[in-house]
Design a protein around this ligand. Structure first.
Ligand code: NAD
Ligand code: ZN
Length: 341
């Protein structure tokens, strides 16, 4: 089969002929139909310092996908060939305290597809049945390919009650913009999103942000005044990993405000802890998606009319993958879909 492989410890990716994966008794074999490019794939493509210490070569990369089941292991009774599925890319140990208690997203021994084990940028992917999520029939395949990053947005956005609340999202990357869509869908009043990239802010508005703030030109405090908000934001979602964005978010929360942190900082961030303490803020770190409550919420929100498709800015055949990675590197793209049909 064909796959996009990190063949050498150097920048780039190689389209190669590799053996089709064999499935174990508990696995399903998926014929990949669409994949999406993630920031993680860009790190691996560009071979930054994180990738150099994390990714063993050779490695088939990629973890955002949708496909069709073509074979199942002898133990698998809940899945059948023909089903359209995505998969949770974090394969958990199943034996640690959290796994045993059903809190699989808190497993301390996860292995990631396309990072630690063969990934989805390939014609076929073998996955344990416990990692498979079946889509509702008729789902748009491009949207289905986004369930991994969409899940990051949903997991973060739904941490705290949103109905009637005012939400501040820092960072209008693909995940921040999808989180804006989720917050609106879930009944928030103001959904204010910040960035320094006008193109990304514009797209976030299309997805559902009620107000955008280019923090290189205006302040969040001035925006609050404009909106007639007297007491600060009820819920904050940090989705940039940027130190000044995180600090600005803390400064603009109401007393008792709740903050979920998804953005990954490049290095240590200093914050004013007095704000956290005296304003009695709640800070919660978020990683991945909940298995499988997040996946359930994603499916039913799509079913009830949530449209995240505008986040897709580019579509290519997998043989044109270099164009997709170039669009991401140029900062032109939000989500890029690769078609494997
Ligand atoms: P992204 O890098 O595409 O988006 C981040 C956005 O933040 C960019 O649009 C950037 O312009 C913006 N930004 C930079 N400085 C800013 C500032 N001062 N104020 C406001 N915005 C600013 O990333 P993404 O794919 O949308 O992911 C969002 C974040 O979540 C990233 O940090 C990513 O590494 C992280 N992430 C975390 C998990 C997890 O499980 N915790 C999973 C996926 C992604
Ligand atoms: Zn575990």
């Amino acid at each position: 089969m064909k796959a996009l492989v990190k063949r050498e410890a150097a920048p780039g990716l190689w389209l190669e002929e590799v053996p089709k994966p064999e499935i174990g008794i508990n696995d399903v074999l998926i014929k990949v139909k669409r994949t999406a490019i993630c920031g993680t794939d860009m790190h691996i493509y560009n071979w930054d310092s994180w990738s150099q210490k994390t990714i063993p070569v050779p490695m088939i990369i990629g973890h955002e996908f949708v496909g069709e089941i073509v074979a199942v292991g002898t133990n698998v009774i809940d899945f059948n060939p023909g089903q359209i599925v995505s998969g949770e890319g974090h394969v958990v140990c199943g034996r640690c305290r959290n796994c045993m208690a059903g809190r699989r997203h808190l497993c301390a021994h996860t292995s990631g597809i396309g990072v630690n084990r063969p990934g989805a940028f390939a014609e076929y992917l073998a996955l344990p049945m416990s990692n498979v999520w079946e889509h509702q029939s008729g789902i748009d395949l491009d949207v289905a390919a986004l369930f991994d990053p969409f899940g990051n947005a949903v997991h973060t956005a739904l941490q705290f009650d949103l109905l009637g609340e005012d939400v501040l999202i820092t960072g209008a990357g693909p995940i921040g913009a999808m989180a804006a869509a989720v917050c609106r869908h879930a009944g928030a009043r103001h959904v204010v999103i910040t960035d320094i990239n006008p193109r990304r802010l514009k797209l976030a508005k299309v997805l559902g942000a009620t107000c955008t703030v280019d923090v290189s030109k205006e302040s969040i405090a001035a925006t609050q005044k404009k909106l007639g908000m007297a007491e600060g934001f009820d819920v904050g979602l940090e989705m940039s990993g940027n130190p000044s964005a995180f600090n600005a978010l803390l400064e603009n929360m109401c007393h008792g405000g709740k903050v979920a942190l998804l953005g990954i900082p490049g290095s240590d961030i200093a914050i004013d802890w007095n704000i956290v303490i005296f304003n009695m803020l709640t800070l919660k770190g978020i990683y991945g998606r909940e298995m499988y409550e997040t996946w359930y919420k994603m499916s039913v929100m799509i079913e009830s009319g949530l449209d995240i498709s505008p986040i897709i800015t580019h579509r290519f055949h997998y043989t044109e993958f270099e164009q997709g990675f170039a669009a991401m590197n140029a900062g032109e793209a939000s989500k890029v879909i690769l078609n494997w049909d």
